[in-house]
Ligand binder design. Structure first.
Ligand code: AP5
Ligand code: MG
Length: 230
């Protein structure tokens, strides 16, 4: 027989279960068949790095040179917020706290966007994904294996400086001092383990340098990937 729950613990425990159950019920999974993505064999590159490490900046250059499809999980989430949906409002609050949104939400948005672009895609750049080990595992089991991880490695001091500067004009709800601190904490706690977990596929790139110098290392990594696939 299961051990009885001490009286003082019973009510808080029930409350936790109710709240957790309500949150889980809110996350509706879509039935999305990713088979065409898996069968296409198109390269999939995860682009990782702390907030402000230059993921978006380098992805723009990669798109210009290699014609890959750039999908930023942050941009997809911001588009959902802009749509004004109730889900968008919840996402905005999470992003404003510098926390991660539920992994199912991001994965479904990504899958849909990837499938939409499949017929014309030479390869995918998933910018800011995966942000926790569980996202990586779920992606590889539901979609396809990742071909390469680019990690833009940058100090917290440089990241903070870049984001505060950008915050003067970006209008992003998370480009302020308080949220930047939280984003950095979230990065160290949840996203760093992804880099360790996928170390064998990961290129660690010094992102403290000028964008052009960083891009030279990016080109070397992508050229090697394409040569291996040819
Ligand atoms: P997201 O939009 O991905 O934001 P982020 O990771 O915090 O990174 P940024 O987009 O701010 O920076 P970046 O690395 O793209 O750098 P950029 O090129 O812009 O995510 C936002 C939020 O959404 C998350 O906090 C989370 O809540 C949620 N979210 C997103 N993905 C999620 C996921 N997978 N799961 C759960 N939740 C998720 O450059 C920054 C600035 O620096 C620019 O001004 C740029 O001009 C400048 N700069 C760039 N490179 C250089 C350089 N080499 N030297 C000098 N300046 C540079
Ligand atoms: Mg970005």
């Amino acid at each position: 027989m299961a051990a009885p729950i001490a009286k003082g613990w019973r009510d808080p425990l029930i409350l936790v279960l109710i709240v957790y159950g309500a949150q889980a019920a809110q996350i509706e999974r879509k039935q999305i068949d990713s088979t065409p993505l898996r069968e296409s064999g198109v390269p999939i590159i995860w682009v990782l790095g702390g907030p402000g490490s230059g993921k978006g900046t380098q992805c723009e250059r990669i798109v210009a040179k290699y014609g890959f499809t750039h999908l930023s999980s942050g941009d997809l989430l911001r588009a959902e917020v802009q749509s004004g949906s109730p889900r968008g409002q919840q996402l905005n609050a999470t992003m404003e706290r510098g926390e991660l949104v539920p992994l199912e939400v991001v994965l479904d948005l990504l899958k849909e966007a990837m499938l939409t672009k499949l017929s014309s895609s030479k390869g995918y750049l998933l910018d800011g994904y995966p942000r926790e080990a569980a996202q990586g595992e779920q992606f590889e089991s539901e979609v396809a294996p990742c071909s390469l991880v680019l990690f833009f490695n940058c100090s917290d001091a440089t990241l903070t400086e870049r984001l505060l500067k950008r915050g003067q004009s970006s209008g992003r709800v998370d480009d302020n001092e308080e949220t930047i601190k939280k984003r950095l904490n979230t990065f160290h706690q949840h996203s760093k383990p992804v880099i360790e977990k996928y170390a064998s596929k990961c290129k660690d790139i010094n992102a403290e340098r000028a964008p052009d110098d960083i891009f030279k290392d990016v080109e070397t990594s992508i050229d090697a990937l394409l040569a291996a696939k040819a």
